[in-house]
Design a protein around this ligand. Structure first.
Ligand code: PLP
Length: 396
C-alpha cells in the first residue's frame, strides 16, 4: 500500500523506535535512575533564560497579525535574516546580506531544502563515514545517490585520497559535518584546505559545479578553544546549514538557516530555488515566533561547561576501563571502539547492564558505538561502574 521507498524507511525507523521503547521498558523494571540511555542527541542543558524572556517580550511587543502570519518571503523575515547575516559577518569576517540567508525548519529542513534545490535524479552526494544516518534519507528523498567515503579510524579526519578517487562528473554535492556526529571530531583547517583544493581541481577537470554543504548544528559546541573553520572562507561553492537545536537547546522548535553566499555559482538562482523548495516541501516558512526569538538571542550561548564536564568524565572513565576512543573535540557524542567486531552484539551485551548505545553501523562505521553524553552528570558517574563490568567481560 505504501510506496516502495517508504517501506525501507519505515523498517529503519522502527529500529530507532524499538530502542526508545526498550529504554522505557527497562526504566519501568529497574527505575529510570538505573537505566543509562546514551542513545539520543536531545540536549539536556535548558535553553538560556534569555530565550524565555525573548518569547515573552516578542509576544508583548510585536504586532500579532505579523508575528503569527506567513512571512512575506518564504526565506523568512527580512530583519531576522539581516541580523543573522550581520552576526556571521562579525564573527567570521564574511560579507553576507539578508538575501544570503534562508530561515529553515532546523538543519534537517535546511538540508532537504538545499538538496531539493540542487539534485537531479541520479546525482551523487558524497559524505564521509561516520556520518549522520539521516543523510541517506535526505538524499534519497530527491532520488540522489549517497556515496560514502570509508572511515579513517585513526583520527576520523576524512580520507582525502578516497574522496578524490570517488568524485565523478555526477558529483553534485559533498556534505560535511564538523564538529561531527557521531565522533565529536572537528575537521582541521588543513583537511578543509586540501578538500577545497581537490574539489576545485575536479570542478575544472569535469567542467561541473560541486557544492560543499556544511552541516553545522554543533558549531558552538567546541571544547578546549578548538577552532572550527568557517567553510565559506575556503571554497566558493559552499552552502552552510545551521541550526539552533543544539546551540540554544531548541530542537523541538525547529529553527535554523541556510547561508547561500554570493560567491556560490549562480547564487541568485540557487537562492530562489531554495525559497521555492522551502515553500513546496510544505515548510512554507520557518516558524515565525522562533525566527524572532533567535534574532534576539544571537549572542546567547548554551552552557557548554556542562557538556564539557560530561565529556571529560566519560572519556577518562572509559579509557580507565580499557576501552579505546578518540577524545571528542566538539558536539556531545563519543565514538567508542567495540572490543569485538560486531558492535550490534556488543550493544546487546551492554543492554544487560542497562547501557543503551547506538551501533556505529547506523553511521556507516561498524565496530564502534556512539555514546551521546547530553545526559545528567549523575548518569555518567553511575554508568561508569557498569561500563567497567562490561569491559571485564571482554578481558580489557
Ligand atoms: N545534522 C546533524 C549532524 C545532526 O546531528 C542533526 C540532529 O541531531 C541534524 C542535522 C538535524 O538537526 P535539526 O534538529 O536542526 O533538524
Amino acid at each position: 500500500m505504501i510506496s516502495k521507498k517508504m517501506e525501507n524507511m519505515v523498517a529503519n525507523s522502527s529500529a530507532i523506535r524499538a530502542m526508545f521503547e526498550e529504554g522505557n521498558r527497562l526504566a519501568k523494571i529497574y527505575g529510570p535512575e538505573n537505566v543509562f540511555d546514551f542513545s539520543l542527541g536531545n540536549p539536556n542543558v535548558p535553553a538560556p533564560k534569555a530565550v524565555k524572556q525573548a518569547i515573552l517580550d516578542i509576544l508583548d511587543e510585536e504586532d500579532e497579525l505579523v508575528l503569527h502570519g506567513y512571512t512575506n518571503s518564504n526565506a523568512g523575515y527580512e530583519d531576522v535574516r539581516q541580523a543573522v547575516a550581520e552576526s556571521l559577518n562579525e564573527r567570521f569576517g564574511t560579507a553576507f546580506a539578508a538575501k544570503n540567508i534562508t530561515m529553515t525548519v532546523g538543519a534537517a529542513g535546511g538540508l532537504n531544502v538545499i538538496l531539493k534545490a540542487l539534485l537531479n535524479p541520479g546525482d551523487e552526494v558524497i559524505t564521509f563515514a561516520p556520518y549522520f544516518g539521516e543523510y541517506r534519507s535526505y538524499v534519497n528523498n530527491f532520488d540522489g545517490v549517497l556515496v560514502e567515503i570509508s572511515p579513517n579510524t585513526v583520527d576520523f579526519q576524512p580520507k582525502l585520497d578516497e574522496f578524490e578517487a570517488k568524485i565523478t562528473p555526477k558529483t553534485k554535492a559533498v556534505i560535511v559535518n564538523t564538529p561531527n556526529n557521531p565522533t565529536g571530531v572537528v575537521y582541521s583547517e588543513e583537511t578543509i584546505r586540501k578538500m577545497a583544493e581537490i574539489m576545485e581541481k575536479k570542478q575544472n577537470e569535469y567542467g561541473t559545479e560541486i557544492y560543499l554543504i556544511s552541516d553545522e548544528p554543533y558549531r558552538e559546541l567546541a571544547y578546549d578553544g578548538v577552532d572550527v573553520p568557517y567553510l565559506t572562507r575556503y571554497y566558493a561553492n559552499t552552502i552552510v546549514g545551521y541550526s539552533y537545536s543544539k546551540s540554544l537547546s531548541l530542537p523541538g522548535e525547529r529553527i535554523g538557516y541556510l547561508v547561500i553566499p554570493d560567491d556560490v555559482k549562480d547564487s541568485e538562482t540557487l537562492i530562489a530555488a531554495a525559497n521555492v523548495a522551502n515553500r513546496i516541501l510544505g515548510f512554507v516558512n520557518a516558524p515565525t515566533l522562533q525566527q524572532k526569538v533567535v534574532a534576539r538571542c544571537l549572542h546567547e550561548k548554551t552552557d557548554i561547561s556542562y557538556y564539557n564536564r560530561n565529556r571529560e568524565t566519560l572519556y577518562q572513565g572509559l579509557i580507565e576501563c580499557g576501552f579505546e576512543c578518540v577524545k571528542p573535540q566538539g558536539a556531545f557524542y563519543l565514538f567508542m571502539k567495540t572490543p569485538i567486531k560486531d558492535e550490534k552484539t556488543f550493544c546487546q551485551e551492554a543492554k544487560k547492564y542497562n547501557l543503551l548505545l547506538v551501533p556505529g553501523s547506523s553511521f556507516g562505521c561498524a565496530g564502534y558505538v556512539r555514546i551521546a553524553y547530553c545526559v545528567a552528570y549523575e548518569t555518567i558517574v553511575n554508568a561508569l561502574p557498569k561500563f567497567k563490568e562490561l569491559a571485564k567481560e571482554y578481558q580489557l
